[in-house]
Design a protein around this ligand. Structure first.
Ligand code: GCO
Ligand code: MG
Length: 411
């Protein structure tokens, strides 16, 4: 029987917080879904426990599309990161169950393998040029064939995405710094002019040191006006970026019209979007080259597949969001999609900590710069409930950015 018998929310913090939904059917098949929303984790946990789980019991686990529409349209209050992360967790868990019932790795249900593996990019960063180059070398040694480059800015104490740690399982980079025992968010100071002056010089130094072939990416984290973004895109054109990410704030997709008119640097956007509808202007006007949503924040496999298929009609490719705040369950779901989708572009891959790997045991492998979900049936992830219990939830916040005059800026 594939009738849903029970569902449970598991909150654990092996190095950082994760919210996981486990659904069990009457015949004892279990499925896992990721519901982690960095810095706002418990909102999704409560949404699932109080508003979604009571609706799941007794439903046929096989009817994934119907359950998706039931939770989305049935709520009336649709979209938004909390709702879409909750629906995503249910959706992933149901695909996991369906693939287990079919005794197939999940990508087989999406049409099978379109490639031998998904090109992954790692995160390199440094407070200065030397540290940045060392971090790139560490990424190359770890097997990455594409690298995101973030650097410190002279005069700024801390900058988004810059860590002194190498991307190893022992010392994983943490993008958001959401785990903190402090009560209030960390405050970073931001200076756009210094950033616009400095970043091109760092990327030039990287091209000089590492050659023309290595695909390089950079994330501006929504901090620029369209004119500033156009300036940055233009100044980076000689260095042939794979993509420039999230240049302008997400609320106004039409801001990218100006950027597009002024630079040929490829653009990626979307990690904070959570619906295919959010992409209508971006995709139909071809304002971006890559869509960046995460399966965890965009309604799961069902909805992300719709986004990818919509984008494919316009020649836009995928670059799913894969920081460590997407759990190994969410990342596994990405890898199944990456393998199957024809318009796959690249996959972000931040290696989870060893503590995380003890809680979530995965089947995915990273070989020769490519990620593969493995051949285990379902999504290929098992959760160790005992290990999960050993890591209690820790409240934490993402940092906040302020300008030199004290006013709040986009972080
Ligand atoms: C990325 C993202 C992350 C976000 C983080 C917020 O490109 O990986 O920008 O680093 O900041 O996911 O929780
Ligand atoms: Mg980003």
């Amino acid at each position: 029987m594939t009738i849903i018998k029970s569902a449970e929310v598991i909150v654990t913090s092996p190095g950082r917080n994760f919210v996981t939904l486990q659904i069990t059917t009457e015949d004892g098949t279990t499925g896992l879904g990721d519901a982690t929303l960095n810095g706002r984790e418990l909102a999704v946990a409560v949404y699932l426990a109080d508003h979604v789980i009571p609706l799941l019991k007794g439903r046929d686990a096989m009817n994934i599309e119907d359950t998706w529409q039931y939770l989305y349209r049935g709520a009336y209050w649709r979209r938004g990161p909390v709702t879409m992360a909750a629906i995503a967790a249910v959706d992933m868990a149901l695909w996991d169950i369906k693939a287990k019932v079919a005794e197939l790795p999940m990508y087989q249900l999406l049409g099978g393998q379109s490639r031998t593996g998904a090109l992954a990019y790692g995160h390199a960063s440094g407070r200065d040029t030397e540290e940045l180059h060392d971090s790139i070398r560490a990424n190359l040694e770890a097997g990455f064939k594409a690298i995101r480059v973030q650097s410190g800015i002279p005069g700024a104490d801390s900058v988004y995405g810059v860590h002194s740690n190498a991307p190893t399982a022992d010392a994983p980079a943490t993008p958001a710094g959401a785990r903190a025992s402090r009560v209030l968010p960390e405050v970073e100071t931001w200076d756009t002019r210094a950033y616009l002056r400095h970043v091109p010089t760092e990327i030039e130094s990287v091209r000089h040191e590492f050659g023309a072939e290595l695909p390089l990416l950079h994330d501006a984290h929504h901090r620029l006006t369209p004119r500033e973004a156009a300036q940055l895109g233009r100044s980076l054109e000689p260095f042939d970026l794979f993509w420039l990410e999230d240049v302008t704030p997400i609320e106004d997709p039409t801001a990218l019209r100006y950027v597009r008119e002024h630079t040929t640097t490829p653009l990626a956007i979307g990690e904070v979007l959570n619906s295919v509808h959010d992409y209508q202007t971006l995709v139909t006007e071809r304002l971006v080259d890559y869509v960046r949503s995460a399966v965890t924040h965009t309604g799961g496999i069902t909805h992300l597949k719709k986004l990818a298929d919509f984008a494919s009609i316009y020649g836009v490719r995928t670059g799913f969001h894969g920081p460590t705040d997407v759990s190994p369950v969410g990342q596994a779901a990405h890898l199944h999609l990456d393998l199957a989708l024809h318009n796959f572009g690249i996959q972000e891959y931040m290696i989870h900590s060893e503590a995380t790997a003890e809680v979530f045991e995965t089947s995915f492998r990273f070989e020769d710069g490519l990620l593969h979900p493995g051949e285990r049936i379902g999504l290929g992830v098992e959760i160790d409930r005992e290990a999960a219990r050993r890591h209690a939830y820790e409240p934490g916040y993402l940092p906040v950015a302020r300008l030199h005059d004290g006013s709040v800026h986009d972080w």
